[in-house]
Design a protein around this ligand. Structure first.
Ligand code: ATP
Ligand code: CA
Ligand code: CA
Length: 433
């Protein structure tokens, strides 16, 4: 099996950053996991745990200086969150840091965030804006409460919040979260749905070049697509979505979307296609990964610098505990689809299988979740203000207040959630009118 994205190896511009992220996670998460479990306290939500990594080279190679600072935010809260989301603690660390392999998706959105997949494709590291970071810390208590009351929440599952800082480098904030898509199944079609139609169109002509592009609301509507869920599953899905949206509204969050990955069982896994599209997978589809690197938030040291630091870090890491380094044909564990069976929306091969009205299974498996939910209304307002001041073009961005955003979002999704049978009746009814 192959990973989607560009492998981050020693020659990659973001290798050192990626390496620091993983080292920081490995050391700080093991530290917390090593302790006996205990109840959370109020103070746990505000904890910042600082670590300093530094090794100084010998006299012969004075440049072999390796240092960065790492911060782990609310480590106990995230330990409890990982538990609530039924992650196995050892498994989590192994997936992310057992071998130092990540693949980079470049920056799929306009936001400039970078996305990295863990080698087994289970986890995503997303670099986030400082404002999103501050906001997540601010709402962490509410988020935690929501997750404990709604273990099947469709909201992004956050497993860790961290920061790395290299000398003279930028501070890079990032979260670790669930990859909604399965490692073992091809996702044939992907949609990112907001319930808005303005600018929500992917040029279908470009699909040939980029068959894995993320489609949007207008593509969905044009294709007369539905989220085919029979009576039982529709109820489960919409009730959970409603509770999740209620929280987002209350926290004044907006700009989130429902990510829908569709696996068509009649098509199965197409390994050839997967191999061919490996390098071009780019959900945003607008920019090449190279463009994004240029605009990167990340500091990008020279190749030689990367190489030196990587070598040093490798030695350091190996001293502490031997870590086999990234062989080219890294095999993924085979049990990836077996995990987390208890969660409702992951119950069918890691996803939620489409059903007919009578709850009999249909031909598709959906992989669903509400993503990009760290944008506070105030942030949007500020950006909007900035743009308006700059271009005097009011139409460029029009921020909807969070209540309206949430209602429009929910009603859109509610309106497209129906079994094939229900859709047929609906069409007949409309034709009558
Ligand atoms: P923008 O703010 O411009 O929308 P962003 O950088 O905040 O962009 P997201 O909206 O979070 O990015 O994600 C962009 C794309 O990355 C999504 O449309 C989706 O294709 C992919 N993606 C994001 N999160 C996940 C996830 N948890 N699982 C699988 N794919 C994801
Ligand atoms: Ca988004
Ligand atoms: Ca965003």
């Amino acid at each position: 099996r192959v990973l989607v994205g560009t492998k981050v190896d020693e020659t990659h511009a973001n290798w050192v950053t990626a390496y620091n992220m993983l080292t920081g996670i490995r050391v700080s998460v093991s530290r917390t996991n090593a302790k006996l479990d205990r109840e959370l306290t109020d103070a746990d939500f505000n904890v910042k745990q600082k670590s300093t990594f530094d090794i100084t080279g010998n006299e012969l190679v004075p440049s072999a200086k390796y240092d960065f600072k790492f911060k782990d935010y609310a480590p106990w809260v995230f330990r409890h969150l990982r538990n609530a989301f039924r992650l196995d603690p050892a498994d989590y660390l192994m997936s992310l840091t057992g071998k130092y392999i990540l693949s980079e998706l470049g920056s799929p959105g306009k936001s400039g965030s970078f996305f990295y997949f863990s080698r087994d494709y289970k986890y995503i590291i997303k670099t986030i804006h400082h404002a999103e970071h501050k906001f997540l810390r601010k709402i962490l208590r509410e988020y935690y409460k929501h997750v404990t009351e709604n273990p099947n929440t469709l909201l992004s599952q956050f497993y860790g919040l961290h920061r790395v800082k290299m000398p003279y480098g930028k501070k890079i904030h990032f979260v670790v979260m669930n990859n909604l898509f399965p490692p073992h199944r091809d996702v044939h079609t992907t949609f990112d749905l907001k319930g808005s139609t303005i600018g929500r169109d992917y040029r279908e002509e470009d699909l040939e070049k980029n068959p894995r592009a993320t489609l949007k609301d207008l593509n969905w509507l044009r294709r007369k697509q539905n989220l085919e869920l029979g009576i039982q599953k529709k109820k489960l899905f919409l009730e959970q979505l409603q509770r999740d949206v209620a929280l987002l509204k209350r926290l004044h969050i907006m700009d989130y979307s429902l990510l829908v990955g569709i696996h068509d069982l009649s098509r199965g896994n197409d390994e050839n296609l997967r191999g061919k599209t490996l390098q071009v997978f780019n959900p945003g589809g607008e920019k090449s990964p190279e463009d994004d690197l240029q605009a990167s938030l990340l500091r990008t040291p020279s190749k030689l610098e990367n190489y030196r630091k990587a070598k040093e870090l490798r030695q350091m890491v190996q001293k502490e505990r031997p870590v086999p380094m990234g062989e080219a044909n890294d095999q993924m564990p085979d049990d990836v689809g077996e995990d987390r069976r208890g969660l409702i929306f992951n119950q069918d091969d890691g996803g939620f299988r489409a059903t007919h009205e009578d709850n009999e299974p249909a031909e598709e498996i959906y992989y669903l979740g509400v993503i990009d939910c760290l944008t506070h209304y105030g942030m949007i307002k500020k950006i909007e203000h900035f743009w308006k001041g700059l271009s005097n073009d009011k139409s460029k961005i029009s921020a909807l207040p969070p209540d309206q955003y949430g209602d429009r979002f929910y009603h859109f999704i509610q309106g497209i959630t129906m079994s094939a049978e229900e859709a047929k009746r609906e069409r007949a009814r409309r034709d009558q009118e």
